[in-house]
Design a protein around this ligand. Sequence first.
Ligand SMILES: Cc1ncc(COP(=O)(O)O)c(C=O)c1O
Length: 395
Amino acid sequence: MQFSLKVNSKHSQDIKDIMALAKGTNLISFAGGMPNNKLFPVEEIDILYNALDRKTKAIGFQYGPTSGYPPFVGTLKRYLKKKGLPVDTHKLLITTGSLQAISIITQEFVNAGDNILLENPSFVGAISIFETYEVNMHNIPIDKNGIIIEKLIEKIEDLHNKPKFLYVTPNYHNPAGIIYSLERKKALLKVLEKYDILLIEDDAYSDLYFNEDEKYLTETMVSMKSGAEVVYTGSFSKILGPGFRLGWLLATPEIFEKSENIKQALDACTSNFTQILANEFVKSGELDKYLVFLRKEYKKRKDILQENLLKYMPKEVVWNEPKGGFYVWLKIPKHIKATEILKITAKQNVMFIPGRVFDPLSKKDDRIRLAYSNVEIEDIEKGVRVIADALKEYI
Ligand SMILES: Cc1ncc(COP(=O)(O)O)c(C=O)c1O
């Protein structure tokens, strides 16, 4: 069989290999970056669906406009406007998950062999997309306040061909759990403006802050005044359910128009059915109520995880306590490979994702990503103990 070069994604294979380790039935999983099964607003959605008239329900079964189901586009615009996003100057494209938005922008801007920039570590879903488009990924380290500006400038100046874009996850980073400081966001925009490089701002988690008085930190770069061009992507996956496959991109009209053409060729339109449900969920005010509930629930899980990490982890293991989102990113001593630790803990039915999965070069393996979002509260202590014991043995 003569497969194309696109099938050789190392990162997709890595994820499959890790999942193959997860065989037990009583798994304690800190692995999947997914929302909690028990927290979905099933009853609320039931009520909203049953209240729809037959005509609207029938629209749900039909194809719709490529840009999105118009009433939903209107509702989402109002929602995003309240968050301060520039919906009057930019255009909104509904996508089949925000992964599709990232895929569309990649297809729109890169040819095989082009340079792009991304953080190290980065969201593995985006890395897998970039791999299939055969781009040259140049990665820039981050610290607890965001991408390291000096390293970014160094990299840009080093490259012969200007990178097509920089991809970042500034709010409650996946996997690093950090949020960029406002100073870092502004400094980043300045650099991108100077070198005229497009920014893809992936913002799947900003609604999931833990403290109201830290909400200001989630200000998006697309809404900040700057001369840099930004494409913003968002998602309903973490705030309603990934089964809806609903995401969006917000871009200037020129970028939007080409994105719409690409989407047309990919899948014609995103499901009307889930757009109708999400429209009702947002319009009725249920989303706002649900977010208050989710923030409390995820904070509760984070607090218990933090408490147990402090109790059980050896002093050589360090991490930043997250202020929102789904993830804690543990730094383990350099001589220990997280992939080896996983092999040990998997035998005791405890799963996490090792650092190398999030390294665009698949090398750096001295980190452990713990997702507290979909683990049972009563399992957190046991899970942490198993991982801590495996680490202590190596140390
Ligand atoms: C940073 C980030 N972006 C995007 C996504 C993908 O979201 P979607 O389900 O909307 O494709 C995820 C999901 O894990 C994510 O962590």
